[in-house]
Design a binder for this molecule. Structure first.
Ligand code: NAD
Length: 317
């Protein structure tokens, strides 16, 4: 069996195992939802190509050798290919000059064949985040870096939402979780997950009542136990136990970690910020890690690229 097929089969059997172990809990299968989105995109791309149109084109800029970042970029290249997109990856060594890095952004801004791009974090220390943001063209900003896109997100205007919060929203919507009128507690206030997600849940299409918690929140378990929907983006492996969760809540785990584990064939296990075995029996629904939010991030990056492609086509009419 090919590697990709084997991974898919492993993930499906993992999902089936969880579903049979926690019969009373609904496991929201991010991998399956992401796969549906990617099939929809691939169908749309085929139709574009059949009509003689170019394929959508996503570019990625990365500097350095960070393993997780490189593997994310490799995965973007693979997933783009899978749906029929063109993907260009600009991979620089960690000592790339700031001038060359910014020149690449300027080049992508001018390149009419590129619909959108992302700039992979972390940036090398000699490259200023402020300068990078100042160079990004909001029309090609697939990760919502630019203050114009973040402002539009806050105002509820059309924009490119950051891929992970966008993924959480799609997971809730397609996973059949009602948000309107629900108490939604987010743990984590980062600019890439917690804050934009809070804005999206507040908009009139979601209508949630939102609380955002962080490292200085007092009585965190007590605040979390008020949540109908608890969304966890802390970056602390398995920190959230059953003490933080109201009976029959929905729990969405954004965290993703590799923890050394000699009992596993690869020497590590992948887990989230939620202690799954402890929490799952108390939930109405929960996302697993892997196979939850992570799969959705990629699918939503592809959705943003299609949106940019269509916006460009419309502007050229
Ligand atoms: P971050 O480190 O930027 O932010 C973490 C947040 O958690 C902060 O706002 C901090 O105040 C809060 N926090 C930390 N310790 C806390 C505590 N003890 N109690 C309450 N709040 C606490 O992290 P991030 O970039 O938002 O990522 C969060 C997690 O999500 C990480 O595990 C990351 O790997 C994961 N992530 C996953 C995806 C994906 O596609 N699945 C994408 C982005 C991030």
């Amino acid at each position: 069996m090919a590697n990709g097929q084997q991974l898919m089969a492993d993930s499906q059997s993992q999902s089936l195992k969880l579903k049979s172990k926690y019969r009373m809990t609904r496991i929201i299968d991010g991998k399956e939802i992401a796969s549906t989105i990617k099939t929809e995109i691939a169908t749309e791309v085929k139709s574009l190509l059949d009509h003689g149109k170019p394929a959508p084109h996503l570019a990625v800029i990365i500097a350095g050798e960070d393993g997780a970042a490189l593997s994310y970029v490799n995965s973007i290249e693979k997933q783009c290919k899978g749906v029929g997109y063109i993907c260009s990856a600009y991979k620089f060594p960690a000592n790339v000059s700031e001038k060359d890095f910014l020149a690449t952004i300027d080049f992508l801004n001018r390149d009419d064949e590129v619909d959108g791009y992302i700039i992979q974090m972390p940036l090398p220390k000699q490259v200023s985040m402020d300068k990078v943001v100042a160079h990004v063209d909001p029309k090609k900003d697939m990760d919502c870096f630019h203050p114009i896109n973040m402002g539009n997100l806050l105002l509820g205007n059309e924009c490119y939402a950051p891929a992970t919060p966008y993924g959480v929203m799609e997971l809730l919507r397609r996973g059949g979780v009602e948000t309107s009128g629900k108490n939604c507690v987010i743990i984590g206030r980062s600019n890439i997950v917690g804050k934009p997600l809070a804005m999206m849940l507040l908009q009139k299409d979601a209508n949630a009542t939102v609380t955002v918690c962080h490292s200085r929140t007092e009585n965190l378990p007590q605040v979390c136990r008020r949540a109908d929907i608890l969304i966890v983006a802390i970056g602390k492996p398995e920190m959230i136990t059953a003490d933080y969760v109201k009976e029959q809540a929905t729990v969405i785990d954004v965290g993703i970690h590799r923890i050394p584990d000699e009992s596993q064939p690869k020497g590590y296990k992948v887990c989230g910020d939620v202690k799954f075995d402890d929490v799952a029996p108390h939930c109405e629904a929960i996302t697993p890690v892997p196979g939850g939010v992570g799969s959705m991030t990629m699918a939503c990056l592809l959705l943003n690229t299609m949106k940019a492609y269509k916006a460009k086509a419309k502007s050229e009419l």
